[in-house]
Ligand binder design. Sequence first.
Ligand code: CLF
Ligand code: SF4
Length: 491
Amino acid sequence: MANFVSLDNLLRPTSADAMREALKSSGCSSSSSCGSSAGVADLPLAVWNRIKDHPCYSEEAHHYFARMHVAVAPACNIQCHYCNRKYDCANESRPGVVSEKLTPEQALRKVVTVANEVPQLSVLGIAGPGDACYDWQKTKATFSLVSKQIPDIKLCISTNGLALPDHVDELADMNVDHVTITINMIDPEIGAKIYPWIFYKNKRFSGLEASQILHQRQMQGLEMLTARGILTKINSVMIPGINDKHLEAVNTEVKKRGAFLHNIMPLISDPAHGTHYGLTGQRGPKHRELKALQDACAGGANLMRHCRQCRADAVGLLGEDRGQEFTLDQLPDAVTYDASKRQAYRAVVARERRDHVAAKQDAAMTLGAADSDASILVAIATKGGGRINQHFGHAKEFQIYEASSAGVTFVGHRKLDDAYCQGGFGEDATLIRTLEDIDIVLCSKIGDCPKQELDTAGIRVSDEWPYEYIESAISTYYAREYGAAPQALRA
Ligand code: CLF
Ligand code: SF4
């Protein structure tokens, strides 16, 4: 299905009214029985300009811009208990086999093909399936080839940090402006429960010694990046009973050393993945445990809450994966970069952003006027663009917002095993568990069956605001239910 903000929008109006008209002719009526939120105003302009097109470093940008990963770096120099080398790097990807590893030349062909066909593309990341800094020659060759052809693409890496200090100067020389380090501990005693061994200076270390070295190298790498003005994001895997109580201290420490963002991710632990934690019954955190930890870190390093733990070969907006459209066998033998679509798309986004900022301001006023003590959680079905523009039955995830008189805040997302229309409901489905503490679900359309089933489970749902900006619809609902009369919606 096409994204909401696409090149198609260049040729037709993007007002909510026009989109609602289009919805009417989509052939599916609602009565069918089928199944760091910081924006430009919050940051120095120079920093905003560096993150405004990066879907991971800006929550706002993730509604509009896409990243792609190329799996050119399979080798790794440490072992994490949440990783099985047969699967994607859990630092930056959900477990799942990488479809194919690429040479730097194959990666270039793939990136140019994607850039010609996915105008949202703004970032090229190398996030495994091993470690981008340990498998350095391939990382470096790929960035060098791609940046010559597409000079404005942002270059981004993710690393466990062990080999990072050896490459910081080259990263700065190559204009890599965004580096993620996975830091799960600042106390090597805790590290020893996460990392059985590391490989450093041609030698294998284990136990406490391994974690001491890793910790020292991670801190050194972070300080070196900060000193060179490179934006850093720290990823931490939240492992209940191991480091969950410790991650607040990690947050404080990385902030002290200049980290721009902290992304606390839930451990993904499934025996089927064959990881140490999966096989030994280590559980991952519940939604509310993750949110409680993130809330407890407020005031420290800025938190990222929109991470999708994407694959090492992901392509597209966060939350969608178009990787299977760009496998090697589908790529042309030769391809030339055409900048026109990406440039045209940016003009669309600039217009959308202006409108969205105005809508958010109206929403804030509506909520303030409601003058209520209520705080609610709202689940949104969206395909991007900051709008409620997805049919309930097609949603594979919901974006979660918290609303109160103080404002609307993005607080995370929740994935479903399957969309409702593909059988994602019924006795074994996760839908009700996923939405159990949600006050209302907002979608562009919903059929009678799921509406009834949600109603039975006591979950409210509405398709009253199709294609409206998320904040506009939430504030209108909130004011109607909990406070004074809402202002007129902005179309
Ligand atoms: Fe990739 Fe990571 Fe760069 Fe983003 S992902 S290397 S910073 S371009 Fe983003 Fe994916 Fe979360 Fe990573 S959603 S796993 S944070
Ligand atoms: Fe796996 Fe990544 Fe850890 Fe290496 S750094 S063991 S690839 S999760």
